[in-house]
Design a protein around this ligand. Structure first.
Ligand code: ADP
Length: 475
């Protein structure tokens, strides 16, 4: 753990093992922190806030630029570590490190754009000034699926704003978190400004983060169930809250779309990170006139997706995070097949030979999916593409919106009016129009409904860490 500028063990002295999900091999031991460690980290962050918040925006920007540079310099080592700890193919790890670094650069730039306003008053002898100040101590909880970029997406703007941070990474990926802290420290972040608490059991840490008097803001990325819990407790203690949660993304292929291009997009997107992404498409609505071309291209593409350890050349799908994740995917696919869906590709666990030691599920294409199946409503977090064929009689936007989630949605069409109607009508925070990668450090990322509160990235991303203060000056 990293508290007040010192690498330390847990107060209890306990440790837990980190394993490689492709092989089951133990790759590290980290401190198993508890409530006293979380409290010590918060006290350190609070003590550091006074001086850190008074640094100039340029000083903070310089540190973030250096961290961006260091992350780029170390990209290859970080990618290798990520593949070992999280499992994704090396190419995907490299892409994530680049994405993670982009938040450091973007918020180095954004730090110097935080400005107040001079506002009109109805009194001739009064002046109004608004000022934007850092919220204070930020408690962050991050997930394992993007174990480096989910840290920089929170820490970049929080540091740029002048906040101090305590962070608990996912228990599956503490080594990636440690690497991020090493980089930020080497870049010059002062003692106490960033603090890392690792723990096997997240509950006691979450309780301290959401109830401690000295925490001003809680930011979380992970499942809707946990986000709801943490946001509820944090809100009842009147802390600022932002949560980025689960999704169930529709992917609509309209009759006027190019079905081959849409299928290539869907196949590329669906298997990213083995489907373990909150913006992964979960319901592929394909118009009946486009279905043959779409499905035959998907079959071809999905057959080519090779599963295996992320370190192996040519692998497109790595292991899932743990055994429970494989069981959940298998359960959803089995349920769909029992209710009439067809697994045109995959549809099984991979347990033979080298797969046996890891947590693998075959890249899978399901057709004939309908609303009676679990996969139609539950987030999958696995390499399964479920296709639903719709007809002219169906209101596809209403079908797409029929979910409690509201994170990402995708639309393929070559008609501008259709694209605009879908863009406006879909109740999701992020819409890809003929585009499977609608993300960038400069763009607001976040969801509606059960997918969360607040936005990360872009100018909105730093606003989450700023308070507005009004000054009325009588002259
Ligand atoms: P997933 O199901 O994808 O693992 P989680 O929401 O369980 O998603 O995990 C995301 C993050 O939330 C991880 O860092 C995990 O340790 C943390 N977490 C899970 N349960 C709690 C809890 N009760 N309190 C605080 N953090 C939690």
């Amino acid at each position: 753990m990293f508290i007040n500028g010192q690498w330390s063990s847990a107060e209890s002295g306990n440790e837990f093992e980190v394993t490689n999900p492709a092989t089951g091999e133990v790759i590290g031991l980290v401190p198993d922190g508890g409530a006293p460690d979380a409290e010590a980290a918060i006290v350190a962050a609070d003590a550091a806030f006074g001086s850190w918040s008074k640094t100039t925006a340029y000083e903070r920007a310089d540190i973030l630029y250096r961290a961006w540079q260091l992350m780029n310099d170390q990209a290859e080592d970080l990618a290798a570590l990520m593949t070992r700890e999280q499992g994704k193919p090396l190419k995907a790890s490299r892409a994530e490190v680049a994405y993670a670094a982009s938040f450091l650069r973007y918020y180095a730039e954004e730090a110097t754009r935080v400005a107040g306003e001079w506002l009109p008053s109805s009194r001739a002898n009064q002046r109004f000034l608004s000022l934007r100040q850092p919220v204070g101590v930020v408690a962050a909880v991050t997930p394992w699926n993007y174990p480096i970029s989910m840290l920089t997406r929170k820490m970049g703007p929080a540091l740029a704003a002048g906040c101090t941070i305590v962070l608990k990474p996912a228990e599956a990926t503490p080594l990636c978190a440690k690497a991020v802290f090493e980089i930020l420290t080497e870049a010059g972040v002062p003692d106490g400004v960033i603090n890392l608490v690792t723990a096997l059991d997240p509950k006691p840490i979450g309780e301290v983060f959401t109830t401690h008097q000295l925490v001003n803001k809680v930011t979380f990325t992970g499942s809707t169930a946990v986000g709801r819990l943490l946001a509820g407790v944090a809100a009842s203690n009147l802390k600022r809250v932002s949560v980025e949660l689960g999704g169930h993304a529709p992917f609509i292929v309209y009759p006027d779309a190019d079905p081959v291009r849409a299928a290539k997009g869907a196949a590329a997107l669906k298997f990213l990170n083995s489907g373990q992404a909150c913006i992964s498409p979960n319901r592929l609505y394909v118009h009946e006139s486009a279905a043959d071309a779409f499905i035959s291209t998907m079959v071809e593409r999905v057959r080519k997706v090779k599963a295996g350890p992320g370190t192996e050349e040519g692998v497109g799908v790595g292991p899932l995070v743990n055994a429970a994740a494989v069981t959940k995917v298998a359960d959803q696919v089995d349920d769909a097949v029992t209710r009439g869906a067809s697994a045109l590709v995959g549809g099984t666990r991979l347990t033979e030979d080298n797969f046996g030691a890891g947590h693998f599920y075959a890249p899978t294409l399901l057709t004939g999916v309908d609303s009676t199946m679990k996969i139609y409503r539950e987030e999958t977090f696995g390499p399964v593409a479920p296709v639903i064929t719709y007809t002219d009689d169906d209101d596809v936007l209403a079908l797409a919106n029929d979910t409690n989630y509201g994170l990402a949605a995708y639309v393929y069409t070559n008609n501008l009016s259709t694209a605009m109607t879908a863009f406006e009508g879909l109740r999701f925070g992020i819409i890809g129009i003929n585009d499977v990668n609608p993300t960038s450090a400069a763009a607001p990322f976040g969801g509606m409904k059960d997918s969360g509160l607040g936005r990360e990235g872009g100018a909105e991303g730093i606003s989450e860490y700023l308070e507005t203060k009004l000054g009325g000056f009588a002259i």
